[in-house]
Write a protein of this length. Sequence first.
Length: 138
Amino acid sequence: MLMRASILLLILSLAGNIAFALRDPGLWMIPALIAGWYVADMLSGLVHMTMDYFPARLGVGLDRLYFYRGSRASSEYQGLFRASMARLNPFEKLVYDFKNHHPRPHALGRRTMWRQIGSTVIAGSLPLSLLLNAACLL
């Protein structure tokens, strides 16, 4: 339910941003779009690098999860996963999940789009879009 509400709020916020931009169209929009695209690409690269190099906490079993050789559907792996995740904060869980795409790139194709981008939408895109709405109202 929270996810659906977040998506709806983001869609409404983006619609508001577009409406604010179209109130005063001009040629300035073209360089602004290019600059925005560049900044978004640069920031996504910085986030990717930060997540890749963020150190994992020692002693919680993440090394056993990351390099697990058996089936991830096995009860042994599921038990290790639950025990390790219970000891991590939400950001550390996000970092672990993010780093998992390096040894298993095909896992990304088996995940839903929301699973892949949901945390980014909730933690990044939605607050920034709402701030832009607020700035346009001032």
